[in-house]
Each structure stands twice: as structure tokens, then as C-alpha cells.
Design a protein. Structure first.
Length: 168
């Protein structure tokens, strides 16, 4: 049985994961608007992945006998200065999500809620992967550059990554 504090914290994480899904979907729309087809495909897939993260939490809360609550979300930013700017903001966002997962892990540990602690380990590993992925993409964009050919190559790379992830 979850404590009220843990239920509130998990429901807050549900909101954060849902906001992440909406953020990446809005970013996909921006990519489509700017002609970054690979970026659009990549971010649409990432939006679905974030929704899956939300649903995993939603299901866990329900399985514990608590009420999962979907709360109001902020409207995501719709426009970006550049592809580089957008991916830097994604990396910043993922670091924020990691900090929130770490707070949940800390709470579960303090409350000796070992079931939730065990459940959250998947998110800890997932956030490590997310930060590594987006840090790498930011580095690649900076390395390749912001001219037309560089952006074309990055967009193609994003499309390949989305296709590869879908095949797993």
C-alpha cells in the first residue's frame, strides 16, 4: 500500500511524463513545419515512448490500489530558434525528468517502499539512456554544424534512429 505522499509524487510524475509526450509531439510538428522529416519521425516516436512511460506509472499506481490522477498540463512551446536550440532544450528537459525520478527514488527509499523502489529502477536506467541519447545528438549537431548540409545530415540521422528504434 502506497503512502499518500508517494501517491501524490507518482501522480505528479504521471503529469510530467504526459507533458513530455506533448512536448515532443509539439516539437515534431515544428520539425514538420520546418521540413525536418527525420526530426519529425524521431520526435513522434519519442512522444509515443514518453506516453508509454506515463502509462507504465498510471498502471502501477492503479495496481497498488491507489487512484491514478491525470492533472492539468502546461501547453508546450510551439516554436524554436533552430534544431540545435530545440535539442538543447530537450536535453535540459530530460535532465529535469531525471531529477524528478531521483526524487521519487529517494522518497521510496526513505519510506521503505521497496516495491516502488524496485519499480522505479527501470526509470533510472531509462533516464540514463535518454540523457546519453540527447547529449550525443546535441554534440553531433554542434560537430556537423548549422549549415544546410549539416542540418540535412542530422535530419537523416534522426530518421534512421527512429526507424532503428521502431525495429527493436
Amino acid at each position: 500500500m502506497l503512502s499518500n505522499t508517494m501517491i501524490e509524487a507518482l501522480n505528479e510524475q504521471i503529469r510530467i511524463e504526459f507533458e513530455s509526450s506533448n512536448l515532443y509531439l509539439q516539437m515534431a510538428a515544428w520539425c514538420a513545419w520546418k521540413g525536418y522529416e527525420g526530426g519529425e519521425t524521431f520526435l513522434r516516436a519519442h512522444s509515443e515512448e514518453e506516453r508509454m512511460h506515463m502509462m507504465k506509472l498510471f498502471t502501477y499506481v492503479g495496481e497498488t490500489g491507489a487512484l491514478a490522477v491525470i492533472s492539468a498540463m502546461e501547453q508546450p512551446k510551439a516554436e524554436y530558434e533552430s534544431l540545435s536550440d530545440m535539442f538543447k532544450q530537450i536535453l535540459k528537459h530530460e535532465r529535469f525528468v531525471t531529477s524528478k525520478i531521483n526524487e521519487l527514488v529517494d522518497l521510496a527509499y526513505k519510506e521503505k517502499d521497496y516495491s516502488t523502489l524496485n519499480f522505479l529502477q527501470w526509470y533510472v536506467a531509462e533516464q540514463h539512456e535518454e540523457e546519453t541519447l540527447f547529449s550525443s545528438l546535441v554534440d553531433k549537431i554542434e560537430l556537423i554544424g548549422h549549415d544546410g548540409r549539416g542540418l540535412y545530415l542530422i535530419d537523416k540521422e534522426l530518421g534512421k534512429q527512429a526507424t532503428a528504434a521502431a525495429g527493436q
